[in-house]
Design a protein. Structure first.
Length: 179
């Protein structure tokens, strides 16, 4: 796939997401985020192959990339890892967390993590999310809001979440992390 095809694909998926509701939306959202990440990597001269589960993209025939997508709401966004099995079993090498606008679905942020940086995200925190997806990474706009939610639910804030909020430059657009 080339850049022009990926651009057309992502534009079409963004339009489709405006009209699709229910679980099909989540599928489109994931494919959309994967196409955006593939575009960025191609722009950086990387070889990109779409893959099937247990990870989303294969880069330069060696690096396994998992792409997560979260819609940016008033408080922030979340990247779900289900029950954390992908992380525990190291099913990928890197994760790109794509944050999209809740209204127009345009990408707002790309956060890049090495698998080791996400180990604590395998921790189950069902009171912060749904019982089906208790392993989650949150990006909050405001630490105080996140602390309030943590106190209210009794669920901990992860060190990686504090680092992401305090030092976004360690993660945002850090395509150079991907080896």
């Amino acid at each position: 796939m080339n850049l022009k095809e990926l651009d057309i694909m992502s534009q079409g998926l963004r339009i489709a997401m405006k009209y699709v509701k229910d679980r099909r939306f989540i599928t489109l959202e994931g494919i959309y985020a994967e196409s955006l990440v593939a575009q960025k990597l191609l722009e950086n001269g990387r070889n990109v192959i779409f893959h099937a589960p247990e990870f989303d993209l294969l880069i330069d025939k060696k690096s396994r990339i998992e792409v997560k997508c979260g819609k940016l709401y008033n408080y922030g966004a979340g990247a779900s890892f289900g029950k954390g099995i992908q992380i525990v079993e190291k099913k990928f090498d890197y994760c790109v967390f794509v944050i999209i606008d809740q209204e127009d679905f345009k990408p707002k942020k790309f956060f890049i993590f090495k698998i080791d940086e996400l180990e604590e995200c395998a921790k189950l925190r069902p009171k912060l999310t749904t019982k089906e997806t208790p392993s989650i990474l949150f990006y909050y706009k405001d630490l105080k809001e996140f602390q309030e939610e943590s106190r209210r639910t009794g669920e901990p804030i992860l060190n990686i979440e504090i680092s992401l909020l305090s030092h976004p430059e360690l993660y945002e657009n850090r395509w150079d992390k991907i080896q």
